[in-house]
Write a protein that binds this ligand. Sequence first.
Ligand code: F0G
Length: 458
Amino acid sequence: MKLPYAEPYKIKMVETIKRSTLVQRKKWIKEAHFNLFNLSSDKVFIDVLTDSGTGAMSDKQWGAMMEGDESYAGSRSFLKLKETIQKITGFEYILPTHQGRAAENVLFSALVKEGNLVPGNSHFDTTKGHIEFRKATAVDCTIDEAFETTNLHPFKGNVNLEKLEKVLKDNPKENIPLVILTITCNSSGGQPVSMQNIKDVSQICKKYEIPLFFDAARFAENAYFIKLREAGYQDKTIKEIAKEAFSYGDGMTMSSKKDGLVNMGGFIALNNEETFKQCTVFNIMYEGFITYGGMNGRDMAALSVGLDEATEFNFLESRIEQVAYLGKKLVEFGVPVQQPFGGHAIFIDANKFVPTIPREEYRAQALAIELYIIGGIRGVEIGTVLADRDPFTRKNRYPDLELVRLAIPRRTYSQNHMDYIAVVLKNIYDSRAEAKSGYIIVDEAPIMRHFTAKFEKI
Ligand code: F0G
């Protein structure tokens, strides 16, 4: 019999989480204006809002923190981090930032101008936000298969090469400052990009002389999928695969809160000295001096260790297989989910789950609220609320998919927690015919409204 995977660690410290009653949760979610971001964490039993900065650090990371060097300039912890990033990514120049969107802010301040186009596979919302804030446009060139939740394409993060080439051919080079490849592609469901696709995109970018950057928040998970699913990579290590992927690009932005296995941090890594110099100016203005960029020395020390641990096969296997375990349970119960399962999250297909709730009433948000009320579980809407309004027409944008994301923090929850989530969803699914109406938004911010919007029940 094939041996099952098992976590390559044991638990040294635990944190209590509290269960609550249905009556309490109904009251709390109403007080939170039906926005799950407004709930204090002690009102949540299982928190799968995000896998970002919510993981557990290892004893080695905590140990490294004690040796963090807090020097303003030239910190030892920075130099160590730089060496680790260079080793893992192959990129020469490194700038720390306080998190991923800060890296985007710095890089785009240097590169993106009004009227520009920035093609890529479904850009993450902060990436898109930073592009649109500069009055530029993010052009989504993801393959169509990504938007069919039952299509089993192994690399649903891939770019449609014809779509990409058309954008590059039809527009002057000066108008396209960079192409961004998000690995794995969060917005299309934590789906990986194949090495072949990375190579092909890279070739097109070279042909049109446009730099290729990775949004590499989950690059290690992407490498794991390549190892498992793409011919020729079975015998390569995760580190070898990641490095090969990066070799086809010119740079990356990183949210270290994901595959850096730390609670806060980010960085930019790139090869072009001129771009690096431009970025340093903005880094110093927005983040901090170039050898700390918004990070503590101790956090940089923990990140060096985290990057190393996150690119080990045994860790990735237990992490990604735990997510798949939840996915398989849900499929067994008939709950419609995005397949193949994502690396960091399971995405519930709200269009299929609650088609009875009109789209205008934010059906995925309604399902996320129900999941909280019934089980104390906090997921997040990835649908019309997140898609925001068109910056020009100010009309709601209706994306192809209405999803509820259950993002699993790294090294944090057990298999029993996964079982609990699955059963709560099954119970909701069994009574889905009763769901007829959703919510209206009564207050929203001009950009990235999902974080603070207030809803009322219809
Ligand atoms: N890029 C991707 C692909 C992301 O998923 C995120 C964050 C960022 C960039 C921004 O990084 O949070 O460090 O500023 N994703 C989180 C999530 C918030 O829940 O998926 P950040």
